[in-house]
Design a protein around this ligand. Structure first.
Ligand code: SF4
Length: 168
C-alpha cells in the first residue's frame, strides 16, 4: 500500500476525523474500517454502492476538485503515486493542505494518530517499542521459535503461532 501523501491538521471535526480519499481501493478500505470518517471520494470510488450513495464525489483521480476538497477542510487527504498526479497533490498543498506535516514529521509517543481507531490486534505500545528497537538496529526474536514478545495479537485472535513453512 502506498503511503498517504498529505493531511491538513490535527484538530478533527467534533472529535471525528474527516478523510477524503482519492484512491478507489483505499476509499473502499476506509469505508470498511471506519465509515464515519469518510467525507469525500472520487467519481471512480464506486464500491461499495452504499458508500457511493452517501459520500460525495470531488472529481476524478486525475482531476480532483481541489477547491471543493480544500473547502471541506479535511483532516486527511489520501493520494498515491499510482492513482494520482503530482500536480494535483501540489495544488492541494497550495490550498493549505500540508504534506510534510503529515508524511514526514517525527511523532511523539503519546500522539493520537489518524488511524488509531483502526485496531489491528497488535498493541500500539508494542509497535512503538518495535520502532525504537528497529532504529537501534535490534531484531525482535521470532515468537514461534524463541518465545512470546507480548505483541498482543494472540489474546485478540485466540491464536497460537507455530513454526512451519512460510510458502515464500
Ligand atoms: S506469541 Fe502471540 S502475542 Fe506473543 S509475540 Fe507472538 S503473536 Fe504476539
Amino acid at each position: 500500500m502506498s503511503r498517504p501523501l498529505f493531511a491538513r491538521g490535527r484538530s478533527g471535526h467534533n472529535g471525528c476525523m474527516r478523510v477524503v480519499s482519492l484512491v478507489p481501493s483505499l476509499t473502499e478500505l476506509i469505508w470498511e474500517l471506519a465509515p464515519g470518517t469518510l467525507a469525500g471520494r472520487t467519481k471512480f470510488c464506486t464500491e461499495p454502492p452504499e458508500m457511493a450513495a452517501r459520500v460525495p464525489a470531488f472529481g476524478g483521480t486525475k482531476d480532483p476538485d481541489v477547491a471543493a476538497i480544500a473547502a471541506l477542510q479535511p483532516d486527511l487527504v489520501i493520494a498515491n503515486r499510482e492513482e494520482n498526479r503530482r500536480e494535483d497533490v501540489a495544488a492541494l498543498e497550495a490550498a493549505g493542505l500540508d504534506a510534510a506535516w503529515y508524511a514526514e514529521r517525527e511523532r511523539e509517543r503519546d500522539e493520537i494518530l489518524p488511524w488509531d481507531h483502526i485496531h489491528a490486534g497488535v498493541d500500539k505500545d508494542f509497535l512503538w517499542t518495535e520502532y525504537e528497537r528497529a532504529a537501534r538496529g535490534e531484531v525482535t526474536p521470532d515468537c514461534r521459535l524463541q518465545g512470546c514478545s507480548g505483541c498482543g495479537a494472540c489474546p485478540e485472535r485466540k491464536a497460537s503461532p507455530e513454526a512451519g513453512e512460510t510458502g515464500g
